[in-house]
Design a protein around this ligand. Structure first.
Ligand code: SF4
Length: 459
């Protein structure tokens, strides 16, 4: 995140009228679909409670469960790698690519690999990473990056996408703005990649400790192609994506699809367990990624951010995200979840303004399928920023220190009340003009309670 952080980036985004139109249309549509899909489920609140409980249990027993996952994957013929950080994870994936002499890998949409900058790391090793999710492909071809967890190109409309394609994979052809024509152009490009690339890289929605099974949920079928056609499959999974048992999927597949896209079930739910001779990839690697997650676990309140199943429902209802879009967060995790996850994963010093990128309206908590109390974590992180990053918030901290000193002394407090009465007029209006442009300055009563009490006793 740049030094000026979210406020400056948000101001730039708010000046882009087209972006705001694109965002309002897309998030409005997804919001309505989610509400309808969730409204159909009578025991939705029970499902949410079950999801939250399973995640809390998972985090409480994470070390044991990760070891169990490793055993299960190895037992099923896969290989498990442990990566402490982005550098280690990238080196592992690049090493596997080098061992197989590949110059290209196909990729399933994965935020974990965006988080560690895998594509750039592979490029530095001479290996091109080809995104196969349509929106990720658009961003890659445009030299752009994701602005939404689930709809990475939400900030672009059809005409913009057509221009990107005509300049790259459909060079020399004239396309229309019709979704079918744009999808066909992508399909022609990707089909060749699916059939010729020997190695794929995926993320994971869930990893099951009990069976060693990995699950990816998607809408386009590109994930199914990547996880079945190549000879070698590498999955990079954040350690928090773990579920203890196979039966837990029943809860999470219902919660995820309805919260994410407003569908009863996602079109493609791919599950794979190790290696099966003659069927699918013959070599499977699971890279378990920490990259700051165990530090997040150490914060008792903040750790609930690790329960996130990346459905993006909180983005679509957030009054801040729906106006600024994802780029303003300058993180691969945008929106309300990004505002609590990024500062914890990367360190408060890396994103001190993000916990303040919220109106604390609580809409995110209402829709979160695993009941992450984002507003409470935001307030908690704001407190940590003020305490631990004080130099960044100098004027605000000075003001708070002055207020605290005033409240500690009765005489100072009463003097401040008299001053407030005197300064309520034009002076205060001038000093606080930016604040009062949006808000009413409260009336200061002509007499305080203490003055009234003293006068009553004297009388
Ligand atoms: S915080 Fe909750 S609503 Fe937001 S993406 Fe994660 S699971 Fe979905």
């Amino acid at each position: 995140m740049s030094a000026s952080g979210f406020p400056a980036a948000a101001r730039t985004a708010l000046g882009d009228g087209q972006l705001r139109v694109n965002l309002a249309r897309a998030t409005g549509t997804i919001r309505a679909r989610r509400a309808a899909a969730v409204g159909e489920v009578e025991d939705w609140e029970d499902l949410r409670a079950a999801g939250a409980a399973i995640k809390a249990r998972t985090m409480a027993t994470l070390p044991e469960l990760l070891e169990r996952l490793e055993e299960s994957v190895v037992h099923a013929g896969g290989l498990v790698h442990w990566a402490r950080d982005a550098v280690e994870a990238n080196a592992i994936v690049a090493g596997i690519g080098r061992d197989h002499g590949v110059s290209e890998v196909i990729k399933v949409k994965s935020i974990a690999t965006d988080e560690i900058g895998l594509n750039d790391a592979l490029a530095a090793e001479g290996i091109a990473a080809v995104e196969t999710d349509l929106a990720e492909l658009i961003n890659q071809l445009a030299g752009d990056w994701s602005s939404h967890i689930l709809v990475p190109a939400i900030h672009r409309n059809r005409a913009e996408i057509r221009r990107v394609f005509e300049a790259t994979i459909a060079a020399g052809r004239t396309l229309s703005d019709e979704p079918a024509a744009l999808a066909e152009a992508a399909r022609l490009h990707l089909r060749e990649k699916f059939l010729s690339t020997p190695m794929a890289v995926s993320g994971a929605n869930f990893g099951i400790a009990e069976t060693g099974t990995v699950c990816v949920v998607e809408s386009e079928g590109n994930g199914r192609m990547c996880t079945t056609l190549p000879e070698v499959l590498v999955t990079v999974m954040g350690i928090e994506k773990l579920l203890p048992e196979w039966r837990d999927l029943e809860v999470f597949l219902q919660l995820l699809s309805r919260s994410a896209t407003g569908e009863r079930m996602s079109p493609y739910t791919s599950l794979w367990t190790g290696v099966h001779p003659g069927d699918g990839p013959q070599e499977f690697h699971l890279v378990l990624l920490d990259n700051g997650r165990t530090d997040v676990l150490a914060d008792e309140l903040g750790r609930q951010a690790l329960h996130c199943i990346r459905c993006s429902a909180c983005l679509n209802v957030c009054p801040v995200y729906t106006r600024t879009g994802g780029h303003a967060y300058e993180s691969v995790y945008p929106g309300p979840i990004g505002a609590i996850l990024t500062p914890q994963l990367a360190g408060l010093h890396a994103a001190p303004t993000l916990p303040f990128a919220s109106s604390l309206c609580g809409a995110c908590l209402e829709v979160c399928p695993v009941k992450i109390d984002i507003p409470t974590v935001l307030v908690h992180l704001r407190g940590r920023v003020v305490r631990e990053e004080k130099w960044r918030l100098g004027p605000e901290r000075l003001a708070m220190d002055a207020i605290a000193a005033t409240f500690r002394s009765r005489r100072r407090y009463e003097r401040a009340q008299r001053l407030a009465r005197l300064g309520r007029g034009p002076v205060a209006e001038a000093l606080l003009s930016r604040w009062t442009a949006m808000r009413e300055l409260p009336e200061v009563p002509g007499e305080t309670f203490r003055e009234w009490w003293r006068g009553r006793r004297a009388g």
